[in-house]
Design a protein around this ligand. Structure first.
Ligand SMILES: *[C@@H]1O[C@H](CO)[C@@H](O)[C@H](O)[C@H]1NC(C)=O
Ligand SMILES: *[C@@H]1O[C@H](CO)[C@@H](O)[C@H](O)[C@H]1NC(C)=O
Length: 576
């Protein structure tokens, strides 16, 4: 009688075991669905793109709504010139104040997590950290600069004159010109002082030797060819150099090598031998003529770093100076006051890490041919061609050189990074984003939480109705020749009225004015294949950029576009 009992028990256990497996499998499937629908691991989060809100009828055109009739905003009078006039061309930023206001002390980091407060400071206290130097302004540093009030502005075919040094902006890219390249360039055009800025796009030519020629033929990039012509944009072939020049005397000034040099000098004292190439190790070479180099071995050249772009920024800045921006950085403000500062060496903190060497180099600025830039390039080579920002940063910290590279808080360039792992304290930012996908979303659900920290005056809104002028304009000039507007017999577009309640991507009161005001940039963090939904924050940015570049609207500084005609963003049919 024992055996059947045992087997019953056994079967019972088996059953429970099977049930457990079913639960686990079910749980996994459920989680996969949640993650794929909401982009979040939280099973209670709302779907990101709910396509089945009950009021929206099935069908094409955004579920019944004619996208051509969709208003692009609810705001009655958009304040485009929200930043006020652009600062004087000699304006500098006080790094010390920026560090203290957003970080607190270097040891205490009292303010590091309070991103809202940092943005408040950046947007409302400009006069505290921006200043005009009373003596030796940059515009007077070279007699060849034109005077501030007579410098020619940019025109259709001429980039204009800069009364002062021109700043270089670098970015790096492989592959075709996508929407993201367009967003990057247009945000640059929208915000920067163009006669005083140049954008160099480095295209990986080790993997594709014809990268530059390909880009010049690229359909997506065609809209920017007038700006290549005008001199705003330069396409540069990136080939990993076989050697990099160091400014004379860098080696001797580095304690790591000065000992070796001293020993050698002792040994060769009195010797009549002809001077030879000196190899100090780690690729550091001194030629008989005294020039100093980093030279890469054949082996290193065959095993180029996996993260080429990590290395590119350091090498490009060492040789040319300026600022490097990853392609997923969207500029929001004029960078000149940060870049004109004599020692404009800075990067960003890695989220809210407290280690003083934990840099992020999505935004990196270095003086060309400087002791610091040479040190960082040498260091990356010494670390085995590893230019990961945290590796290089911690190395600099160990060597006691970390203070030469200012570490700005995330509020300046990537205001929502602190949202992750409960890094942020105090209020949420405006808009309040909990993840990097949110800027792409135009659905109703996305709006819910984003204004929680906003307590400024409400923007006056209009009743949402199809913008007739908008419609006429689009009717007259379809976005592209391929797109024929289909008009019904009765002159309406598909025969349906526009009804806000039915729209999956309704117009909102979003404007760039309230998009992380104060921050110099917004970091999108990859998501390269995503497209912005209609009326999302990125869609609002697109309209602002296109409005500016078509001459209909101003940029944030109230300036009118004087340059060549630039084609507008394409429409994403997947959201029609
Ligand atoms: C840096 O040094 C290199 C080599 O000496 C030189 O070609 C380059 O023009 C210098 N760059 C700047 C910005 O001074
Ligand atoms: C935009 O509308 C939301 C309500 O949907 C409101 O809470 C917020 O304050 C408004 N923002 C502005 C700038 O008017």
């Amino acid at each position: 009688m024992d055996r059947p009992r045992h087997s019953k028990l056994h079967r019972c256990g088996q059953l429970i075991w099977n049930l457990c497996i079913v639960f686990v499998v079910y749980g996994i499937i459920f989680e996969v669905i949640v993650v794929s629908r909401t982009g979040s691991f939280n099973p209670f989060s709302k779907p990101v793109a709910s396509s089945n809100a009950p009021t929206i009828p099935e069908g094409s055109l955004s579920g019944g709504v004619n996208y051509r009739l969709r208003p692009t905003t609810l705001v009655k009078n958009i304040n485009d010139a929200y930043a006020g006039p652009r600062r004087h061309v000699d304006t500098l930023a006080n790094y010390g104040k920026l560090l203290e206001a957003c970080r607190g002390s270097a040891t205490g980091l009292e303010k590091m997590r309070f991103v809202y407060d940092c943005l408040e400071y950046l947007s409302k206290k400009e006069d505290d950290y921006l200043f005009l130097p009373s003596d030796s302004p940059a515009s007077k540093s070279d007699p060849s600069y034109p005077a501030v009030d007579t410098a020619a502005p940019a025109s259709q075919t001429n980039i204009g004159q800069c009364p002062g040094p021109v700043q270089l902006f670098h970015t790096y890219w492989t592959g075709p010109s996508t929407w993201r390249v367009e967003l990057f360039i247009k945000a640059y055009l929208y915000t920067q002082n163009l006669p005083c800025s140049r954008l160099w796009i480095w295209l990986d030519s080790d993997t594709n030797p014809t990268a530059v020629a390909d880009m010049m033929q690229d359909k997506g990039f065609a809209r920017f060819l007038p700006l290549v012509e005008r001199g705003d944009i330069t396409l540069k072939a990136w080939n990993f150099p076989t050697r990099i020049p160091l400014p004379k005397g860098t080696v001797a000034s580095d304690p790591l090598y000065s000992q070796i040099l001293a020993n050698r000098a002792l040994k060769s004292a009195g010797s009549t031998e002809e001077k030879k190439i000196e190899d100090l190790g780690d690729g550091v070479i001194i030629h008989p003529d005294g020039s100093e180099w980093i030279e890469f071995s054949e082996r290193q050249m065959t095993f180029l770093p996996v993260a080429v772009s990590d290395a590119v920024r350091f090498i490009v800045l060492h040789l040319n100076g300026g600022v490097y921006l990853d392609m997923d950085i969207m500029l929001l403000r004029d960078m000149r006051p940060l870049l004109l500062t004599p020692d404009h060496n800075f990067a960003e903190r890695w989220a809210v890490h407290s280690h003083p060497g934990d840099f992020n180099t999505a935004v990196l600025s270095l003086n060309a041919n400087s002791s610091l830039s040479s040190y960082l390039v040498r260091g990356g080579v010494r670390m085995g061609l590893n230019f990961h920002p945290m590796i290089v940063g911690r190395m600099a910290w160990k060597d006691g050189r970390v203070e030469e590279l200012a570490m700005f808080e995330t509020g300046l360039f990537d205001p929502i990074w602190g949202e992750f792992n409960w890094g942020r304290e105090g209020r949420c930012t405006v808009p309040c984003f909990k993840d990097y996908g949110q800027a792409f979303l135009g659905t109703r659900e996305a709006v819910r939480e984003e204004w929680q920290s906003f307590d400024g005056p409400q923007l006056e809104e209009e009743e949402a109705k199809a913008g007739v002028t908008e419609l006429k304009k689009r009717d007259a000039a379809p976005a592209s020749a391929a797109e024929k507007i289909v008009k019904g017999e009765d002159g309406s577009y598909g025969g349906r009225e526009y009804r806000l309640e039915e729209d999956k991507y309704p117009p909102t009161n979003r404007t760039l004015e309230n998009f992380f005001r104060g921050a110099w940039s917004y970091h999108i963090h990859n998501q390269w294949a995503k497209h912005p939904q209609p009326n999302s924050w990125f869609s609002v940015a697109q309209n602002a950029h296109d409005g500016f570049l078509s001459g209909e609207r101003t940029n944030l500084y109230g300036e009118k576009w004087g340059g060549p005609e630039i084609m507008s963003y394409d429409r994403w049919r997947e959201f029609d």
